[in-house]
Design a protein around this ligand. Sequence first.
Ligand code: SF4
Length: 334
Amino acid sequence: MVFEAYDNSGVLLLRRTYFSIEGGFVVSGEGLQTTRSARPTNEKNVPYPFATATEMLSMAEQSGLSIAAMKRAKELAFQSEQSLNKGLDQLWETMNDCINRGLAHEGILPGGLKVKRRASKIGERLKAEKAQNSVGPMHANDWLSVFAMAVNEENAAGGRVVTAPTNGAAGVVPAVMRYLDYLHNEVGVDERRMFLLTSAAVGGVIKHNASISGAEVGCQGEVGSASAMAVAGAAAVLGGTPAQIGNAAEIALEHHLGMTCDSVAGLVQVPCIERNAFGAVKAMTAASLALRGDGTHFVRLDACIETMRQTGNDMSEKYKETGLGGLAVNVPEC
Ligand code: SF4
């Protein structure tokens, strides 16, 4: 995108060009050069150069390393261990802060749809129930949903979120991490780093072979990918083998296939906020199915990713962030 500023007589005062480099990142022309020069010129220097899930799982088997350990080794080709750990910890802190802000704020979201923020009130009720040791039948779903909605309400309000893998789908990964941390005490510093590295490995494979963009493949690429990333991290933290992690990611992605992007009024509110809640719930359902298996599965993760790519290619443009189909044309904007 090119920005130009002119004075009253039409003389160009300033011109700046910015590039969207995917995943929510925007850099200036100079920034693009810096980003490029920061990458190693010879990709062969990067260990475990998996481009597909099959390669990732076979390298894990051959090396005896976890997916997180391989991803860590790859990242260390670009930065120091200290910088990597600091970055991972900052990511989690930013995600966690975002959940906290989302749980603290009430009111109406901007944009004109008059969508009410719900996470705060639901969160208060859940905390009160927890304090009374009253665990309802929807306990897990409730917490996963409220954490995800807190993030996506913040996103809809212009708050700070971590793109994971997009802003519209930013609630799923933090919700699952916070759920494990808050309710099951499974997540210390090492587990958080493991979670994020495993999620990033799976997200990278999806992005490399298909897409994480709603504008390219519909919401299956956004919330579907987020759910696969979240469950990969969760399965790793819960002791899953690489094969079980691959299985878990496949299950989560498979059950988002075909999902369109039809955000009402082009705002990332309806259906996006609740959709993230469902992405988180599906992620934990996928974790439970995969962790009770031995990692063997009928549909390979690569087959599922390719199916998402093909489905996205075949999907009508109406359902790819254009606001021309689905809920976007059937829900009155008032
Ligand atoms: S419906 Fe569209 S805008 Fe909303 S989360 Fe899904 S892909 Fe993103």
